[in-house]
Design a protein around this ligand. Structure first.
Ligand code: NAD
Length: 488
């Protein structure tokens, strides 16, 4: 079955590919600004049907108890998706504007391959644990703990790494025995809809186990958050929306799992190789045009070496211009939409108003009249209290800040509402460890270390979220614990 854009305009509800009741909406290629096709426009009635299907599949089938069957379905889905890798790659680059090289990793192959990790977990997880005997109130009892699926999961996802985030929810939720309604972002419906097509036509996933509802209407996300038939909302997106999801979910007191924004610090200690640190910081911030929640967007360098760091970073950014995402050499593609580009540009303007200096970039690349491109940009001359150092910009924009020693660097890193990720460059292990221990974030890299992997839980401290995605911890987010006791 070839996957073509015109085949991505259906919803997946109760195992069937169905048109959206609201018609279709346009899908735009962010690198060309061309309309490249349509996706299904779901309505509240479609979402209602999807939630009903997920509820029925959870309540009336053996899906949640048949661990081996789920593992088989997940491996089957992985293999079917990988068999279409080239088609997915092409459509993902066209829809997301992500550089081609990333589709070999987190923008497709990585998370699809990781379905195998969650299939293995479904089989190997200790679903029941013997707690032995105890004498509560003087009566001898034998106790056991059982892990059970939470139930129906509403998965709400953003556009920046659609496959990574969709599968980081679908994989563990299905492996745990939940059923899922996925609502992807309006900017990237195809990445999800094509998965729906593969599920319907090439796998044995029972009807209702995975439902996919594309729409431009954010209220469908709200519907997932409020509907009492949904047991857990797994949300990735901005902190502002995450707060709304949490508030909406409180009415039915459903569980919430939130992966939100970040403003991570890249700390360079005074014994580090400043040149290679700045080159890595520049590479990080331009990757996928800075549209990553865990990208380090504050470069915190020793004050005596500030000028050297500015020069090194500026030179590195000059070598990483925005390019055509279909080209294998491109690291920095376009932003997802004109709306996002204007948002990024407004932050660059704000930096100037706040007294910052634009060391490089700051505008649109002259050689790219089409596409939502922004030049890689370095801002200096501000301290950590500036709004561009405090707020998430979500573009290829790096703010360089001077620190006055290791403790000050830790203080600056933590002077943020967020706590998602970070990086430290240095030589002395004790000093590096002090920074790793001191920075309050869910992940930290050391000297360019990459933590991203299926078995590594990812998530944030503070306003970067609640809970962990991926790894055993990410799988357990989708489980309830039941204690069972009987007289011994
Ligand atoms: P967003 O918050 O605008 O939208 C995310 C999703 O929420 C979309 O599917 C949207 O339709 C839906 N939505 C919007 N309003 C809603 C509401 N009131 N109730 C329920 N759902 C609603 O985010 P975005 O602009 O698509 O993505 C960028 C943001 O995502 C950035 O802030 C980024 O840091 C964050 N992000 C976080 C992680 C992480 O793992 N921590 C990963 C990627 C992106």
């Amino acid at each position: 079955m070839p996957l073509r854009p015109e085949t991505a305009s259906d919803l997946l509800i109760d195992g069937k590919l169905t048109p959206g009741s609201g018609g279709v909406f346009d899908v735009v290629n962010p690198a060309t600004e061309e309309v490249i096709g349509q996706a299904a426009e779901a309505t509240a009635a479609d979402m209602d049907a999807a939630i009903a299907a997920a509820r029925t599949a959870f309540d009336t089938t053996e899906w949640s108890r048949d661990h081996a069957f789920r593992a088989r379905c997940l491996r089957q889905l992985r293999d079917a998706l990988l068999a279409h890798a080239d088609e997915f790659r092409e459509l993902t680059i066209a829809e997301v504007g992500c550089p081609s090289f990333l589709t070999h990793g987190p923008q497709f192959e990585g998370p699809v391959t990781d379905l195998g990790y969650f299939a293995d977990l479904a089989e190997s997880y200790e679903w029941s644990r013997d707690l032995g005997e105890a004498r509560p109130m003087g009566i001898k009892n034998h106790r056991e703990l059982r892990s059970e699926a939470v139930g129906v999961v509403g998965a709400i996802t953003p556009w920046n790494f659609p496959h990574q985030i969709n599968f980081a929810k679908i994989g563990p939720a299905l492996a745990a025995g939940c059923t899922v309604v996925l609502k992807p972002a309006p900017d990237t419906p195809w990445c999800a809809a094509l998965v729906g097509k593969v599920v319907a036509e090439e796998t044995d996933l029972p009807p209702g186990v995975l439902n996919i509802v594309t729409s431009t209407d954010h209220r469908l996300g709200e519907q997932l958050s409020t509907d009492p038939r949904v047991d857990l909302v797994s949300f990735t997106g901005s902190t502002a929306t995450g707060k709304k999801v949490m508030a909406a979910a409180s009415e039915s007191l459903k569980k919430v799992f939130l992966e939100l924004g970040g403003k991570s610090a890249f700390i360079v200690l005074d014994d580090a190789d400043v040149g290679s640190a700045c080159a890595m910081a520049a590479f990080n911030v331009v990757t996928h045009a800075g549209q990553g929640c865990a990208i380090t967007t504050r470069l915190v360098v020793p004050r005596p070496r500030l000028d050297e760091a500015i020069t090194g970073t500026r030179d590195a950014l000059a070598g990483l211009p925005p390019g055509d995402p279909t080209s294998s050499g491109t690291i920095c593609g376009p932003l997802i939409s004109e709306r996002q580009r204007q948002r990024v540009e407004s932050y660059i303007e704000l930096a100037k108003q706040e007294g910052g200096t634009i060391e490089i970039g700051g505008g649109r690349p002259a050689d790219k009249p089409n596409g939502f491109f922004v030049e890689p940009t370095l801002i200096s001359g501000l301290d950590n209290s500036a709004r561009v150092a405090q707020e998430e910009i979500f573009g290829p924009v790096l703010v360089i800040i001077a620190h006055d020693g290791d403790d000050d660097a830790i203080r600056i890193a933590n002077d943020s509402p967020y706590g998602l990720s970070g990086m430290v460059y240095g030589t002395d292990e004790d000093r590096i460890n002090k920074v790793v221990n001191g920075v309050r974030t869910g992940t930290m890299g050391v000297n360019g270390g990459i933590w991203y992997s299926a078995d590594v839980p990812f998530g944030g401290y503070k306003q970067s979220g609640i809970g962990r995605e991926m790894g055993v911890a990410g799988f357990e987010e989708y489980l309830e614990t039941k204690a069972v006791a009987r007289p011994a």
